[in-house]
Write a protein that binds this ligand. Structure first.
Ligand code: BES
Ligand code: ZN
Ligand code: ZN
Length: 493
């Protein structure tokens, strides 16, 4: 969508639809008050009646025939004292969807004045909410599709247009990256595999000039990635190991911040096969990889000044005459032997090799993204992702980015007592825990064996938030791209 900013007064702007944000239990904001006067008190009458209380995301369409804006949408922002960027974005998603249901191809929105939030973040949040909240995965739907082509943000007199415009370009870069991640995740597994995921990374490299290297199944075995190979060897689509690097000027001698992603192009569970219901959404099992590739794609456009390494281990978990069996023992790149007692706990296996290789590059920080456990959804539902980390500063930085972007994180413990859960019977580790509880924690504790204790490392379990079936996280249905805006916000801080 095309976003514009304008200093035109709300009464003067020609638009098929003007969205007017309104606080609940508060006087009408300036723009709404101006229309109210023009329409002989109609808007205050609506607000005073019990039909519209300006609750968060509540909308009310008003016909203003004869005005420059022929339709007004009152959009509830809730109580002013409860304002947060996250609540603001939630309201705007509803507002944008209300415009779409009126079948208007463009609209305008007055940006409210908020004492606690700067113009730039308000404009950025509004654009992100509108763009992402309206995004639909409808590539395979026939029939006509309604799209809104442009949105004009009306700023109050005296506002700095340049600041607003640069906020819009920042939002555009973030949304483009989020869309790339969503697209990769939404693609069904008959149309994607480890090679095509690697191809997507190569394309990002070609477009942005960052370096990309891909190892095939032969090289993966030569490089002693026995855990990744074990997971991928049963598929006709062999595994890939992908390394991307962004080195902005002046950072050639810096240790990189490493992003690592789980890239299962499909997870059938293997011989520890999933139930039909459990398998339905397993095209999503490369959402971590999508976050890494998409985040890498936006670094240059956003002017990130840090050196960033992006790493993806990609495989397809299938059953066949060559597939891994429960009880197999594999050796990860760092020499750790692992009993594969459950072939469905494959994410931690491919990450074992990815984290080992990444650690060898001496990064300053490692952040991995993985749709690792169903258990994380039992703990948190779909309201946030699990955060596991050995470093308090990293935790604070990521949590702050989570609050800023609405991609919230909740930190779990990794007490040493959990180490026993993953000790192997006849090998160093086994890939499933013998305890009934703490499924997400024991997976994280397993991963910890592949990162040096001294490297600040965070593992984000995004299994429950990578896709949705009902509208949330600014998504209507399907992939959310959760993690892309979060990590880019962290890298920009
Ligand atoms: N890809 C799944 C995790 C998952 C579950 C992602 C639900 C999205 C939605 C992962 O590979 C898996 O199967 N994990 C198992 C681990 C178990 C066998 C220890 C799980 O969570 O059940
Ligand atoms: Zn699995
Ligand atoms: Zn999986």
């Amino acid at each position: 969508m095309n976003f514009l900013v304008s200093l035109t007064g709300p009464l003067e702007l020609q638009t098929p639809c003007l969205v007017l944000p309104v606080w609940s239990e508060d006087a009408l904001p300036e723009a709404a008050a101006a229309f109210d006067q023009k329409l002989n008190g109609l808007l205050s009458e609506i607000v005073a009646s019990d039909g519209f209380a300006a609750g968060l995301g509540e909308t009310c369409v008003v016909h203003a025939s004869g005005e420059n804006a022929s339709r007004l949408i009152l959009l509830g922002l809730g109580k002013r004292e409860n304002f947060s960027l996250d609540r603001f974005r939630k309201a705007l998603v509803k507002g944008a969807r209300a415009v779409r249901s009126l079948k208007k191809s463009s609209f305008a929105l007055t940006i409210p004045s908020v004492e606690t939030a700067a113009l730039a973040v308000l404009v950025q949040s509004a654009a992100e909410a509108i763009e992402l909240g309206l995004m639909q995965y409808n590539d395979f739907k026939s029939g006509e599709k309604t799209t809104i082509e442009s949105a004009t943000f009306l700023l109050t007199e005296g506002s700095d247009v340049e600041i607003a415009e640069s906020a819009l370009s920042k939002a555009a870069a973030l949304c483009k990256a989020n869309a790339l991640a969503r697209g990769l995740v939404n693609t069904p597994s008959n149309l994607k595999n480890p090679a095509s995921i690697a191809e997507a990374a190569v394309e990002v490299g070609t477009e942005t000039g960052i370096s990309v290297e891909v190892w095939d199944e032969v090289k993966i075995q030569e490089e002693k990635m026995g855990a990744l190979w074990g997971v991928g060897m049963g598929s006709d689509c062999p595994p890939r190991f992908i390394m991307m690097e962004y080195i902005p000027e002046g950072t050639e001698n810096d240790a990189p911040i490493a992003l690592v992603g789980k890239g299962m192009s499909f997870d059938s569970g293997g011989y520890s096969i999933k139930s039909a219901g459990g398998m339905e959404e397993m095209k999503d099992d490369m959402a971590g990889a999508a976050v890494v590739i998409a985040a890498m794609s936006a670094l240059k456009a956003l002017g990130v000044k840090k050196r960033v390494l992006g790493v993806v281990a990609s495989a397809e978990n299938m059953v066949s005459g060559n597939a891994q069996r429960p009880g197999d023992i594999v050796k990860a790149r760092n020499g750790t032997s692992i009993e594969v007692l459950n072939t469905d706990a494959e994410g931690r296996l491919i990450l074992a090799d990815a984290l080992s290789w990444t650690s060898e590059q001496n990064p300053s920080i490692i952040v991995d993204f993985a749709t690792l456990t169903g258990a994380i959804g039992v703990a948190l539902g779909q309201e946030g992702a699990g955060l596991f980390t050995n470093d308090d500063t990293l935790a604070q930085g990521l949590e702050a980015a989570g609050i800023e972007t609405g991609e919230k994180l909740w930190r779990f413990p990794m007490w040493e007592e959990y180490n026993d859960y993953m000790k192997g019977n006849v090998s160093d580790l086994k890939n499933i825990s013998n305890a009934r509880g703490a499924g997400s924690i024991s997976a994280a504790v397993f991963l910890r064996h592949f990162v040096p204790k001294t490297t600040p490392w965070a593992h984000l379990d995004i299994a429950a938030v990578s896709h949705v079936r009902d509208a949330r996280l600014m998504t209507e249905f399907g992939a959310t791209g959760f993690g892309v805006r979060l990590i880019l916000d962290y890298l920009l801080a």
